[in-house]
Design a protein around this ligand. Structure first.
Ligand SMILES: [Zn+2]
Length: 163
């Protein structure tokens, strides 16, 4: 299942990505125009996640052509739980929180050239985004976000830029 978050739900898009779900963010990927958002949702078969009830009056949503969920204003971990419950989501391999790209494993040697020596020593697993090229590893930030998201949907997040 693929998602499209409207401009109000940028935080949710990032967390969905970290939980391994393909999530575009309207203001990055389409601009904020409603028609553009709906066009992309139809074209790519994405479920529209929005905080804007006005979409309910739009034809493709009203007619059920576009999958749709109205997400209430709430802390992002609560929003993630709502979406996960509604669509019965489980955790997958994390995607890049920044660009939605898929991540590939990187050997320690390759990563070692780019990260601080302490990180290279301590970390076992390194990943690189196929989209933006960013280098990632499972640091404390990932654990913190995972804990906030609850045990049901453990997520991984990105480390700061290293290369
Ligand atoms: Zn990326």
């Amino acid at each position: 299942m693929r998602f499209l978050c409207d401009a109000m739900l940028g935080g949710l898009a990032k967390w969905l990505r970290a939980a391994g779900h393909d999530a575009l963010y309207a203001s990055e990927d389409t601009g904020a125009d409603d028609r553009e958002i709906l066009r992309l949702a139809i074209e790519e078969g994405r479920v529209l996640l929005t905080g804007d009830g006005g979409f309910l009056e739009r034809e493709p949503v009203r007619d059920g052509e576009v999958g749709f969920l109205l997400v209430p204003q709430a802390p992002v971990e609560e929003q993630l739980r709502i979406v996960a419950k509604r669509f019965d989501l489980t955790r997958h391999e994390p995607r890049c929180m920044r660009c939605n790209g898929e991540l590939e494993e990187l050997s320690r040697e390759e990563a070692g050239r780019c990260v601080p020596p302490k990180v290279a020593e301590r970390q076992e697993e390194f990943l690189r985004c196929r989209g933006c090229g960013r280098l990632l590893w499972y640091g404390t930030h990932w654990e913190r976000i995972g804990a906030r998201a609850g045990a049901g949907l453990r997520v991984a997040a990105s480390a700061p830029d290293a290369c």
